[in-house]
Write a protein that binds this ligand. Structure first.
Ligand code: ADP
Ligand code: MG
Length: 648
């Protein structure tokens, strides 16, 4: 028995020893599907026999010696989907992805050999009909395991997914919002090959991820041909992106790590003659075979010990571009080779086995992302922040969606009401301001009017007082015609204690005009009789100087006595009394009543007083004139100041 393809060392163990360690070979497991009902009906024989858990024996149809192939694991047709999941080592890749490594699982083999079945279970039995749990493939089981693992990590992990297919050498987004359209494959130094504008969807639950898987599966191209009723016509790549922030953030010094786990369901190589493909199917088959050929070529070159010097033509196809990192770069790769047991498929089975045997001698240098520099940390931090904000945004959107539509209508009405009220309040304030402005201007104009009125009244009062004094004077008994007082225009004191209008040799005390000489010669005649023939002090009034006269020389005959201070103060008081009816301007009063009532003027009470006083003066003048014609002037005792002038 010939045993071929046994790799040096155990790849699983080499990964356990440390992903940063030596070169790690691609891990290959073999799955042999059971004989199908159709094959059994046709009486086909199995050409494959499993020996132990890692060796497969192939019996050539011509009866030659068996050929043995050794892989990481060999799983025959009796093994369940769960057995395959547990034995293939995909969980190790999941762990490595959580630690930041880039990991790939891909199925490889002839069309109809069970690649899609191994990864995702049997083809859908109807639209939206899920795969029975016992038949779920490696992908669904890994999803379940990974999300459970993430929950027990104790560190925040962000999970995202993308799903694309390479159909006729065009990359199409299976998760695109609209219908899939060709996307370009680009390359740069940091990212290597990548698909531009590929939609990457964040998810937080197993259900959400399963929905994404179903969406992609339903959009993927598949057709029926002789060997497979649901043959995949494209290579499909579903990638899970794991972003993890170690706990506590920042304390451990570990940067956030981002790994990925990619599941690749390759379209099967097919002999067009065997599948009977025509037209579009044939074109698809050619495209599939070309990309698989490019993949085989790359693997052959990667096996070359001098490969570091040689050029690996990853750019020959979209498939090899996107698998470049998994095959020859820093990734960790698992290949699940699928074969049919039927002797009718032996040539393709042998080709697959040889291919897989060579692949497991290909090594990669797995590398976790290095600690980013402080400059590089910033974008990562920002990315985490963006993710957190996106999460918050999603929560808020869902909360909004949960709000009862009635309640939202209510709150809308409340907002409208508040807006209306605010505008209403604003308008009211504006109107009130306008009213206040009008009131203030009315107030100012009425105050000006009142001041004018007061001024006129005060002038009238003065004029009347002067007339009164003149009338009093004219009716005094004195020789000869009394000349008009030169200071008659001066405001005389308004009360009964008025002194004569002029003095013997001096100026008028009020207007300071020079007094006439007649007043000096007969000054006793000028004295008003209101004091009577004698003054209160016993001195004849004729002998007394007028109280407003300036002090005379004490020795002079014209100055019989010293003027007392009370004389001066009396004069001053009299003068002030005439001038005091003045409204002192003040600040406009605040309206105390309703806005449309007329404001009350401060100091406005003086106007009626003046009017009353004017009236009293008119009476006084009238009575003086009457007395002048018929009777002597009234004595001091009969005229009190309060009766002559009303109090101011
Ligand atoms: P491939 O993807 O390699 O072209 P499929 O996965 O579509 O092949 O499988 C082809 C057919 O074989 C399908 O009908 C599938 O249900 C069936 N099949 C494949 N593997 C198994 C298996 N291990 N057990 C039962 N049926 C299988
Ligand atoms: Mg398939």
């Amino acid at each position: 028995m010939e045993e071929r393809g046994s790799p040096d060392g155990d790849p699983a163990r080499s990964l356990e020893q440390g992903p940063e360690g030596p070169e790690t070979p691609i891990q290959v497991v073999l799955r042999v599907r059971p004989m199908s009902a159709a094959e059994l009906r046709r009486g086909e024989q199995s050409a494959l026999h499993c020996s132990g858990t890692r060796t497969l024996q192939v019996s050539p149809p011509g009866g030659g010696p068996d050929v043995a192939f050794r892989f990481g694991a060999v799983l025959d047709g009796a093994r369940t989907q769960e057995d395959v999941f547990r034995a293939c080592g995909v969980r190790r890749l999941g762990e490595l992805a959580l630690r930041g490594f880039s990991c790939t699982v891909f199925t490889f083999g002839q069309t109809g050999s069970g690649k899609t079945y191994t990864l995702t279970g049997p083809p859908p039995q109807g639209e939206g009909v899920p795969v029975p749990p016992n038949l779920a493939g490696i992908m669904q089981r890994t999803f379940t395991w990974l999300l459970d693992r993430v929950q027990h990590l104790g560190a925040p992990v962000t999970l995202r997914a993308s799903y694309l297919e390479i159909y006729n050498e065009q990359v199409r987004d299976l998760l695109s919002v609209g219908s899939p359209r060709p996307l370009p494959v680009r390359w740069n130094k940091t990212r290597g090959f990548y698909v531009e504008q590929l939609r990457v969807v964040e998810f937080g639950s197993l259900g959400a991820l399963m929905e994404l898987l179903q969406m992609g599966l339903s959009r993927r191209r598949s057709s029926a041909h002789t060997l497979n009723q649901a043959s995949s016509r494209s290579h499909a790549l579903l990638t899970l992106y794991v972003s993890r922030q170690t706990m506590p953030p920042g304390d451990s010094g570990e940067p956030p790590v981002g790994g990925k786990l990619c599941f690749v369901d390759l379209a099967g190589s097919e002999k067009v003659a065997a599948t009977g493909s025509r037209g579009e199917l044939m074109l698809e088959a050619n495209s599939i075979n070309r990309s698989l050929l490019a993949l085989g070529h790359c693997i052959s070159l990667l096996l070359d010990p001098q490969r570091k010097q040689s050029h690996i033509p990853f750019r020959d196809s979209k498939l090899t571009k996107l698998l470049a990192d998994s095959l020859g770069g820093r990734g960790v790769t698992l290949m699940v080779a699928c074969v049919s047991p039927s002797a009718q498929c032996l040539p393709e089975t042998l080709s697959t086995l040889r291919y897989a045997s060579r692949a497991q001698r290909v090594t990669t240098r797995p590398q976790a992302p290095k600690s980013p520099s402080p400059m590089a940390k910033q974008p990562q931090r920002l990315e985490i922040e963006i993710l957190q904000l996106q999460e918050e945004n999603r929560c808020l959107r869902s909360q909004l969606g949960q709000i009862d539509p009635k309640a939202s209508r209510l709150s809308g009405a409340r907002v409208a009401w508040a807006q209306r009220n605010l505008y209403g309040m604003l308008q009211e304030f504006m109107l009130e301001n306008e009213r206040l402005r009008k009131g203030q201007s009315q107030l100012q104009s009425s105050r000006a009017r009142a001041q004018d009125e007061q001024r006129v009244l005060a002038q009238q009062v003065q004029e009347l007082e002067r007339r009164l004094l003149c009338a009093c004077y004219r009716h005094q008994p004195h020789p000869g015609p009394a000349p008009s007082c030169p200071c008659v225009m001066a405001p005389p004191p308004p009360c009964h204690a008025l002194p004569p209008l002029c003095s013997c040799c001096h100026l008028c005390p009020l207007c300071r005009a020079p007094l006439a000489p007649w007043a000096c010669a007969c000054r006793e005649l000028h004295l008003p009789q209101v004091f009577g023939p004698k003054a209160p002090g016993g001195v004849p009034l004729s002998a007394q100087p007028p109280p407003w006269a300036p002090p005379c020389d004490p020795g002079s005959a014209k100055c019989p006595r010293e003027r007392s201070p009370s004389d001066w103060s009396q004069t001053r008081v009299l003068a002030e009394m005439l001038m005091e009816e003045k409204v002192v301007p003040s600040a406009p009063p605040l309206p105390v009543g309703p806005p449309d009532t007329s404001p009350v003027l401060r100091g406005g009470a003086a106007v009626p007083n003046l009017a009353r006083r004017l009236e009293a003066l008119r009476d006084q003048i009238g009575s003086s004139l009457r007395r002048g014609r018929s009777q002597p002037p009234p004595s001091e005792a009969t005229r009190s100041p309060s009766r002559v002038l009303p109090p101011c």
